[in-house]
Design a protein. Sequence first.
Lengths: 113, 114
Amino acid sequence: AQSVTQLGSHVSVSEGALVLLRCNYSSSVPPYLFWYVQYPNQGLQLLLKYTTGATLVKGINGFEAEFKKSETSFHLTKPSAHMSDAAEYFCALIKAAGNKLTFGGGTRVLVKP
Amino acid sequence: DAGVTQSPTHLIKTRGQQVTLRCSPKSGHDTVSWYQQALGQGPQFIFQYYEEEERQRGNFPDRFSGHQFPNYSSELNVNALLLGDSALYLCASSYAGQGYNEQFFGPGTRLTVL
């Protein structure tokens, strides 16, 4: 069975500081990995995805993530936080040829002025 | 392109009642998945429909059932509601011909069971 672990349910950063959200996964087969963002009272919006190829993937709003197979990690970063980045972020995986997304517990990001 | 739409936005029911939630997939998509997101948690997979058949099911009781129509839209039905069924229900659509099954989410239906 596959699983996703997000370290830290809450992260507080200052505006302009680095945002780092950690995600580790467990999967018996190579997974596809995703980061989603959820703003209050809204659905999930895809930030970025890793399927195959380059292990450093760039997404929307200046976010990027690096797939490290040896560490089974897919951490999300943004060099400079903006107030609009305040939201909840979910890491998720789907097995190759699989059907269901398996989500981590989420990390809520608070951005301080 | 309207994206994935869900109705209703909010719903309040009492224990023991039944509820039906609806989802229209993004244009060009043929697969619909349903997820339950309890407060403060990540979404949990309920089931997925493709070609009007349930293709995969998560760890949810038989009180949760679904349907997919020929136009690919879908319904989620929950019978004998429990307080613990209170959650945000998310619908996601995807195209089966895409290898990595990228799923696009709707805004969700907030169900409150009293």
